[in-house]
Design a protein around this ligand. Sequence first.
Ligand code: CMP
Length: 213
Amino acid sequence: MLEKIPLFSGLTEEQIRDLEKVASKKKYPKNTIIFSEGDKTDSLYVITDGKIKVTINDEDGKEIILSILGSGEYFGEMALLDNQPRSACAMTKEPTELLQFAKDDFMQIFSSNPIAFNLLRGLIQRLREANKKIESLALLDVYGRVARLLTHMGKQVDDKLVLEDKLTHQEIANMVGSSREMVSIILKELTNGGYISIENKMITINRKLPYSW
Ligand code: CMP
């Protein structure tokens, strides 16, 4: 299974076997906190099934969703590499299965193979996405942020874009830094205009969303 995970691409069979030996597999129910922002923990996690929500929370408990990660993706690499506390909170969004690698085991395998390059590539991609988010927050209004998020998360299915992650209005609001009420109004208008359809919380974008609202 590990050879299918992009982080481990390029490893030899022997290296994959070494990794398998030190991985511990655990299942978590929905809404379990794996770790919180500021925690001192030293493991890296790979998602083999399910979804993880990466969030930061302000003092009033308001949640900002940085990312939703799915099967084959990993998290917890930042604190592991820079020895700082966890930069964000990681919580299961649905029942989730994780592979946990202890820092020492991982670093031993990491130091002599392509994982280093794979990790850097992943970090650069996360930084690019974070920059896009900063740009959205600074330059776009709430409608623009919602439209960009939906378009970005949608996967092409025939001539439509389908969001496979079932998102609540509150989660969309937490991803774009807005209120749930505002997101509900925007989604309702887009539904009324036939731009999107929502079935069982799954959003389908039927045609290109308007540039502005
Ligand atoms: P770490 O700081 O150890 O713990 C929180 C983890 O969340 C972090 O490592 C990354 O794996 C992940 N993370 C932090 N910021 C982002 C982001 N902007 N996008 C995706 N994942 C992130």
